[in-house]
Ligand binder design. Sequence first.
Ligand SMILES: NC(=O)c1ccc[n+]([C@@H]2O[C@H](COP(=O)([O-])OP(=O)(O)OC[C@H]3O[C@@H](n4cnc5c(N)ncnc54)[C@H](O)[C@@H]3O)[C@@H](O)[C@H]2O)c1
Length: 449
Amino acid sequence: MIRPSRQTRRAFLGSVTGAAAIAAGAHVRAMSRSEGEPGFQARKGANDRIQIALIGAGGMGVEDTKTALTIDGVKLVAACDLYDGRLESARKLWGSEIFTSRDYREVLARKDVDAVVIGTPDHWHQRISVDAMDAGKAAYCEKPMVQQLGEGDAVIAAQRRNKAVFEVGSQGMSSLGNEKARELLASGAIGVLNYAEGFWARNSPVGAWQYAVPLDASEQTVDFDRFLGSAPKRPFDPIRFFRWRNYRDYGTGVSGDLFVHLFSSLHFITNSLGPTAIIASGGLRYWKAGRDAPDVMRGMFEYPETPEHPPFNLSLRVNFVDGTSGSTYLRLVGSEGAMDVTWDDVTLRQNRKWDPTRAVQKEFRHDPEPAGRKEMLASTTVFKVEQGYKGAHFDHLGNFFSAIRGGKPVVEDAVFGYRAAAPALACNQSYYEKHAVRWDPVNMKVPNG
Ligand SMILES: NC(=O)c1ccc[n+]([C@@H]2O[C@H](COP(=O)([O-])OP(=O)(O)OC[C@H]3O[C@@H](n4cnc5c(N)ncnc54)[C@H](O)[C@@H]3O)[C@@H](O)[C@H]2O)c1
């Protein structure tokens, strides 16, 4: 991690040390965020406290709330969940005086709640988001914004109808890494974009969503009927409740869980509205005990030419039975280079401009090697966040609370969130129905659908 001696604004500083990078012959540059920059939460007065409630107090909802509470002036006043153990944990974390309920509508009815964080399973996102905005609340809803293609319209309409502050929680797109990648692409650092790819490799039970089921899970401690919501009715099943991601009725599979992050980042970096054709294949290779969501999936996507970007192809893959593990990345490839993008760093590999016909000429005409051709050698530059950077999650939630206070609009509103979710949801449709899916990213509709 590189720390420049003095910085007054966001900067990407000159070559410095870094053992791994030096070994690889790379330049290393630092990335930081400073006061006044987007995503930086400025200090505020006592009169603009924002009181929040958490709906869905599981893993991510709690993380969102913990991060939100590091932002000045944000206070938690209520929490809602369907498992008593989670409500108990919320009271332990944030004080017994907070209001708790199994019914999110009781939370939305409270006058002391300005904003809600929605961390429920995916099949509840649309309903609770719309109800929250109609109740006059700002809402931060976890990704993917909705569970099914077609559900996005209602969320977009609710945001417009209520002029609500609504943000989807793909936090990576607020990161310094994504912002740097966007800047590099616009500056022509990799030439003309023609391809992108993303991989996730996992090889553990938790990575494959085999979460622990609490010993006290019962029909008394879990409100299973309420959890089902609009999903098909069935008897109490703690596995379905605590491992909801494994089932189509409640989750969105690997594409809704993971591809969606990359769509948010990719669309942010390229200014894209989305692909027009989606095809996915995959299978259930290992985690077969009951789940109906595949544990291996590959998606392929066609991005058409737009005023914002050239045509390019995208390939995404998730493998939950991946013996290589650890090969997770997003890569953008252009005519003069490529970059690997994470939320905290960007590795840029560049080749100098070259004439692709030259090799042929050399072979047939026996041209002498022109002077300066050695310049074609690749160079690598690594951009890394500075020590002390609070991270994408802080920036994304900071963006949400700034918008509530009348700052800049959120970076991931309902329109952006739906355009990021839709190709991920189309992957599920393609996988289960075994055909390619067409998508109109401008009008956010399945053509003729
Ligand atoms: N942004 C990220 O990096 C990220 C990471 C993980 C999860 N997520 C998203 O967060 C959401 C939650 O995922 P998780 O891993 O925290 O799941 P989780 O199972 O740990 O938590 C979900 C909680 O919601 C509760 N719940 C279910 N239905 C409810 C309802 N109708 N009203 C109130 N509470 C309800 C459950 O009891 C549970 O405690 C998902 O949409 C997921 O995609 C985002």
